[in-house]
Each structure stands twice: as structure tokens, then as C-alpha cells.
Design a protein around this ligand. Structure first.
Ligand code: ADP
Ligand code: MG
Length: 404
């Protein structure tokens, strides 16, 4: 059935092909970073479609040239994976396959944009589950090649870091403050916990914002640690969300966890010690956990993870003389994390930019948003060359990132 739908979409695309070139290239594309304009001329009614399928969420979004989110839809696979307590890669791929075309129809309808009025396609190419990434990538390739649209491959973590620049007045407020750069960006999710220095520079009228890796995790990512400890506590998947809620009724001082890697010289994260400490604390309680003990353990573990993230982030900001901090990624949705970051930044006099919760967890708006920047930089594939775009499971950023 999925195959038939694909053919029908391709047929429509071929039919509408000549109409795609209606873009007025005299109107400049306005960049979504404050004060920065890009030289690449595109069109005032430019529309970009973003597709994301790197893990257990199929997502699609349509943005205009100013990174205004016209529609953003997500099909979550939580019910599929919940009974296994984690993502089952094979099931994730199969469910992306079922979800992606209906989701695309939904986002086009929601943004009042017929497929014939899409001007470019951005798709996540990594890092993530290869089988899942390939569903989004192949869909994007078919669409792009059938209608001769530029195709942009986007790195998922890099997109998290730039989600702060999306334009959505409901999520960000009507006149949001934005980092001017250089800034320190924390990307904290189920697969990554890293700090980047982001430098912005305009070269020949085009904005370039390169990321340099300053710190990463030695073992688990913070979200992964949340998910594993939640499982030990008997809480449902995804564990980070469950621990966030469970902590509401718990005492964060009930159990003491060590602060990992205190030394200011060590610019790395580590969560495996906290995870072991949580397991030992759970075993120390002995027997089945009471509701009170479960809530106390959740709150104490959350406090320790947040404490480590905040401690390292501000330590690295100080070491590199950075005064603007951006926080992004699924774990950045954590309410305690948001309040401790806000309080610490206020106390230390640093500017903090928290990605709105809706754009912290996986979404395609951030993929389309970074896709716009890449497009302006000319970093895209066209026609048969699109075949060369490949997915990667685990690689440092595909481009524009240097290790510090
Ligand atoms: P990915 O890791 O695939 O990039 P996301 O960016 O959506 O996916 O991050 C998912 C991770 O974020 C999961 O580990 C999940 O437990 C965690 N997470 C989501 N919401 C919260 C929350 N409120 N508190 C803590 N962790 C959370
Ligand atoms: Mg993510």
C-alpha cells in the first residue's frame, strides 16, 4: 500500500513539474539570525519542506524563507516501543515507512502549501538509526528528483543547536531575544550530550555559523541515562519524561549522588557513574520500591544529572569566555533543568537562550530551519547528484564542525 501511495505522489509531481519554477529569484532571502542577511536570492514565497526520521519520531514541517514555521507535525512511535522499554530499530523503520507519506500530506495541508509550491527539501541524514534515516532520505530523494528540487542533507544534532532561530511566535513569543554569537550551545538528548562553540560570520553576504566541539560525553548521553534509570525505577518509556513527572512528588535531597568530573580542566561529561549510583541506591532500598522512595530516587537522580550539566556548561563557558548559552535537545525539555539553568545564568550574569520545549524534542522544523541556511550557502544536491547523499549512523558533523 505504501508503495502505491509513493507512485501516486511521484505521478503528481511529474505532472506539476513545470510549475515549480515560479520562484522570483530577485527577492533576497532574509536570514533568520538577527542582523544577518544572506545573499542567496530565492523568492518571497519560498517554501522548504523538512523531513525527520532519525529515531522513533517521524516528523515533517514547512517553513518560509524567514524560518517561520507554517506547519510542524510529528507522529510519535512511543506506544510502539513502550512495551519493550526502549526503541526497537526494526520496528522504528517499519513505522516510519507507514507514517511518512500521510504525515507529508498533513503538513502540506496544514501549511496550505501544495506540493507544487515547495521549493526545496531538507532531510536528516544522521546521526541516528540507519534503517530509520533511510526512510526519510529515500522519500526526500524521490520527491526532490521527481520535481527537480534542491535537496539538503542536515545533521540532526547541528539542527538541535540552531532550533533557537526558528520563528514561531506562540513558542518563542513575539519578539524573542536571540544569541548574536559567539555562543556556547549545549545539545543534550537521548543520543548526545555535547557542548559547541558557535561562531557566526558573514562571508560574501552569506551567513556561516560553524560549530566547534568543546566537550562531549565519555559514556552515556544524559537522555540515555534518564531512560535507563527510569527503567530500573519501573517507570515507563521515554524515561526522561517519566522522571520529570515523578520528581514532582519527590525530595531531591533524599539520596546523595556524587558530582562527576568536578575538575575545571576536564571538559567532558560522564553519566555512567550516576547511573551506577542510582542502581546501587535502588538496590540499597531493598525489596519493591514504595511510591515515596521511587519519587525521591527520581528527584535525586534528576537533580544530579541537571547539576552535572549545569556545572560543566558554565565551567566551559568561563574557560572560553563565552557569555551567551543556548540549550537544546530532548533533555532540554526537562523542567528542573530549565529552572536551574535560568537561575544559574541570572546569578552569573550570562545570557541564556532556552529552546522552547516543543522544539527541544525531535522535530522537522529544526531540520528545515538549518536546511535554509545550508541552501543559502549553496550546500545542496540537485537532480541525479541527489543519489550521492548518504545517511550516517554516527559521525561527527558532516560539515562545518571542527573538533576543539
Ligand atoms: P534524540 O535523542 O533521538 O535526538 P530527542 O532529541 O527527542 O531524541 O531526545 C529524546 C531524549 O530526551 C530521551 O532520552 C528522553 O527521555 C529525553 N527527554 C524528553 N523529555 C524529557 C524531559 N522532560 N526530561 C528529561 N528528559 C527528557
Ligand atoms: Mg534529537
Amino acid at each position: 500500500m505504501g508503495f502505491q501511495v509513493t507512485l501516486r505522489v511521484m505521478g503528481n509531481l511529474a505532472f506539476r513539474r513545470e510549475r515549480v519554477n515560479r520562484v522570483d529569484r530577485r527577492v533576497p532571502l532574509v536570514d533568520h539570525a538577527p542582523g544577518m542577511a544572506v545573499a542567496r536570492r530565492w523568492g518571497e514565497r519560498m517554501r522548504i519542506l523538512g523531513l525527520e526520521s532519525s529515531c522513533d519520531e517521524t516528523a515533517a514541517a514547512v517553513l518560509d524563507a524567514d524560518a517561520r514555521v507554517l506547519a510542524n507535525v510529528i507522529s510519535s512511535q512511543i506506544p510502539v516501543h513502550a512495551k519493550y522499554g526502549g526503541v526497537v530499530p526494526e520496528l522504528a523503520s517499519r513505522n516510519h515507512l507507514l507514517a511518512i507519506l500521510p504525515l507529508m500530506s498533513k503538513v502540506l495541508q496544514g501549511s496550505h502549501t501544495p506540493l507544487s509550491e515547495i521549493d526545496a527539501i531538507a532531510v536528516t541524514v544522521g546521526p541516528g538509526l540507519i534503517g530509520s534515516l533511510l526512510i526519510g532520505l529515500q522519500t526526500a530523494k524521490v520527491l526532490a528528483m521527481a520535481s527537480d528540487l534542491p535537496l539538503v542533507g542536515v545533521d540532526h544534532v547541528e539542527a538541535h543547536v540552531r532550533a533557537i532561530f526558528l520563528d514561531d511566535p506562540i513558542a518563542f513569543g513575539p519578539a524573542p531575544a536571540r544569541p548574536t554569537g559567539p555562543y556556547l550551545a549545549l545539545a543534550v538528548s537521548g543520543g548526545h550530550t555535547s557542548l559547541y562553540r558557535v561562531e557566526t560570520e558573514v562571508k560574501r553576504g552569506v551567513l556561516h555559523d560553524d560549530c566547534r566541539l568543546l566537550a562531549h560525553t565519555l559514556d552515556d548521553a544524559a537522555g540515555e541515562a534518564f531512560d535507563k534509570v527510569a527503567k530500573l525505577l519501573g517507570l515507563p518509556y521515554p524515561g526522561g519524561v517519566a522522571i520529570d513527572h515523578e520528581s514532582e512528588n519527590g525530595d531531591p535531597t533524599a539520596f546523595r549522588f556524587p558530582l562527576p568530573l568536578r575538575s575545571p580542566k576536564k571538559h567532558v561529561f560522564s553519566f555512567s557513574g550516576l547511573k551506577t549510583a542510582a542502581r546501587l541506591a535502588i538496590e540499597g532500598v531493598g525489596g519493591p520500591l514504595s511510591d515515596g522512595a521511587r519519587a525521591d530516587l527520581a528527584a535525586s537522580f534528576q537533580e544530579a544529572v541537571v547539576g552535572h550539566l549545569v556545572h560543566k556548561t558554565f565551567q566551559v563557558a568561563d574557560a572560553h569566555g563565552l557569555t551567551e548559552i543556548v540549550v537544546s535537545g530532548g533533555v532540554a525539555a526537562n523542567r528542573r533543568l530549565r529552572s536551574v539553568f535560568a537561575e544559574t545564568a541570572r546569578r552569573r550574569g550570562l545570557k541564556l537562550f532556552l529552546t522552547p520545549t516543543v522544539y527541544c524534542t525531535d522535530n522537522a522544523a529544526m531540520i528545515a530551519g538549518l536546511g535554509l541556511r545550508r541552501l543559502a550557502q549553496g550546500d545542496c544536491y540537485r537532480g541525479a547528484a541527489s543519489r550521492r547523499l548518504d545517511a550516517y549512523a554516527n559521525r561527527a558533523f558532516r560539515s562545518g564542525v571542527r573538533r576543539g
